[in-house]
Design a protein around this ligand. Structure first.
Ligand SMILES: NC(=O)c1ccc[n+]([C@@H]2O[C@H](COP(=O)([O-])OP(=O)(O)OC[C@H]3O[C@@H](n4cnc5c(N)ncnc54)[C@H](O)[C@@H]3O)[C@@H](O)[C@H]2O)c1
Length: 460
């Protein structure tokens, strides 16, 4: 369903350079370059390759490029065979950005973290744009997928692409389509939910917003080659804001249930039972679940892209700030309950041995970015506890952006040797009944022990 009616439905009005691109995109004979081969870019490359496009992946990380060229995967949920199949179909990976000029379309999927001062760090988007700019060709489509504040595509990307390309090209502006001398720019947010298998990836509609109509149409047709449906919106800003609304909605609702969990614990009410009961309402309620804190590359970070941008408009995004405050207090709440559990057994935190189950920020995935487990380890250690961990997805945890833990995965043997087993991630691999049976004390931050009755369990 198109939100933007168009000029472009009359193909004859398109300039020749756009018509040629459109044809190649429709027939999937186009060459597509994907820049940033991480959690977003690599699966996207696989989808495009499977659909028949000639895909080249670009990354500055030589190890990733070498792995892919050798047919190896570095992302748990992408099997090696999938990389090898894509290689067979023509997928290649490179660190050489001059190859950008051979592509019909470029999709950028690079990180958009926060700085130490919790401000948007657009250095990756900026440096990628600078690497791409010299090689931009007439009629090429450039799409940004990285989550960011409204205005990034137009205020940051387009000026660099125009100033630094070697052919003196300009972005196609709104209004009369140019026959020559232009390239096209769009924004299309990634909506993947790692570990969620309820919706097939291709059935997640893809929102696309171009700088003008031709870019919107080219990007929509490109994505319709791999997704069931594109949702065309009227601008890059609308597309950028759509992604932020989705993530702020999650952050605020998770904060709400986290706060209600704190109250419910005091009132002796089981919040998970409450949520399950409320979720039986067939309209007007969507369940969100409390936890030990936010993790991942999206929810803990993206809302602050908007609150930062809002300041430019003298606007205070109170919901975002409040949700951030509540969610960020959850790791300390977990640690408080570990202390309570130990206290019940007449033990101090100082000197206790604690086995943490789960490093990943959510169940059944191999991603520990912004994981609350990292913060909880720091807080437990601050109070003198000795912390070990088990996670079937991480044999070792080394240096991250903020932590340098240098820990290796501990086996689940002899659980009775620990003063406390702390459930941080409810991975499906764990046998929770057995864990409760063997452990001396279990602190459960995920309701993973639902249905198990034991005086040893402290739910928090
Ligand atoms: N991971 C998710 O589930 C998810 C979901 C929705 C949106 N997003 C958004 O998608 C974007 C990418 O996230 P990700 O999880 O794939 O990140 P990632 O860290 O897994 O991957 C990013 C890749 O970009 C590469 N890179 C960095 N700078 C580069 C440059 N100048 N040129 C080429 N490559 C470069 C890195 O080496 C890395 O391989 C972010 O904006 C993120 O917020 C992620």
């Amino acid at each position: 369903m198109a939100c933007v009616p168009g000029l472009l439905q009359v193909e004859s009005l398109l300039p020749q350079i756009a018509k040629e691109r459109l044809k190649r995109l429709e027939t999937r004979t186009a060459k597509i370059g994907v820049i940033g081969l991480g959690y977003v870019g690599l699966p996207l490359s696989m989808l495009l390759s499977e659909a028949g496009f000639q895909v080249t992946g670009f990354d500055i990380d030589e190890k990733k490029v070498n792995d892919l060229e050798a047919g190896r995967s570095y992302i748990f949920r992408i099997p090696q065979t999938e990389i090898q199949h894509a290689r067979h179909l023509g997928f290649k990976a490179t660190t050489e950005f001059s190859n950008v000029s051979e592509q019909d379309a470029i999709i950028m999927c690079v990180p958009t973290p926060l700085t130490e001062h919790r401000e948007p760090d657009l250095s990756y988007v900026e440096s990628t744009t600078r690497s791409v700019a010299p090689w931009v060709r007439e009629g090429q489509l450039i799409v940004l997928e990285s989550t960011t504040y409204p205005g990034t595509t137009e205020e940051l990307m387009i000026p660099i692409l125009e100033a630094e390309n070697l052919s003196g090209l300009k972005v196609q502006s709104k209004g009369v389509p140019a026959e020559h001398g232009v390239f096209y720019v769009a924004f299309s947010p990634e909506r993947e939910d790692p570990g969620n298998n309820t919706v097939a990836r291709r059935d997640i509609p893809k929102v696309v917003g171009g700088h003008e109509e031709i870019a919107t149409e080219l990007a929509a047709v490109l994505y319709e080659g791999i997704f069931t449906r594109s949702v065309r919106v009227s601008s890059t800003r609308v597309a950028e804001m759509t992604k932020l609304l989705e993530n702020i909605y999650r952050s605020v609702n998770i904060a709400l249930v986290n706060e209600l969990k704190l109250l419910s614990l005091r009132m002796g009410v089981d919040i998970w039972e409450v949520i399950d009961a409320a979720a039986t309402k067939p309209f007007g309620f969507h369940p969100f679940y409390p936890g030990p804190g936010l993790g991942g590359h999206c929810i803990p970070i993206d809302p602050f892209y908007l609150s930062w941008k809002a300041k430019e408009y003298d606007f205070n995004t109170r919901f975002i700030e409040l949700a951030g405050e509540v969610n960020e207090s959850m790791p300390a709440h977990v640690v408080e309950y570990v202390a309570k559990g130990l206290n019940q057994q007449k033990k101090a935190m100082n000197g206790s041995r604690i086995l943490m189950l789960g490093m990943a920020y959510k169940k059944d995935i191999d991603d520990l970015r912004e994981s609350p487990s990292l913060k909880v380890i720091e807080l437990l250690r601050d109070q003198g506890a000795e912390v070990l961990y088990n996670d079937p997805y991480f044999q070792a945890v080394g240096r991250g952006r903020r932590y340098n833990l240098n820990m290796t995965c501990t086996s689940l043997d002899d659980l009775e040797q620990y003063d406390c087993v702390l459930i941080m991630t409810d991975h499906s691999d764990y046998d929770y009944k057995e864990i409760v049976d063997k452990a001396r004390l279990v602190v459960d931050s995920r309701n993973a022990t639902k249905g198990i009755q034991s005086f040893k369990i402290v739910r928090c």
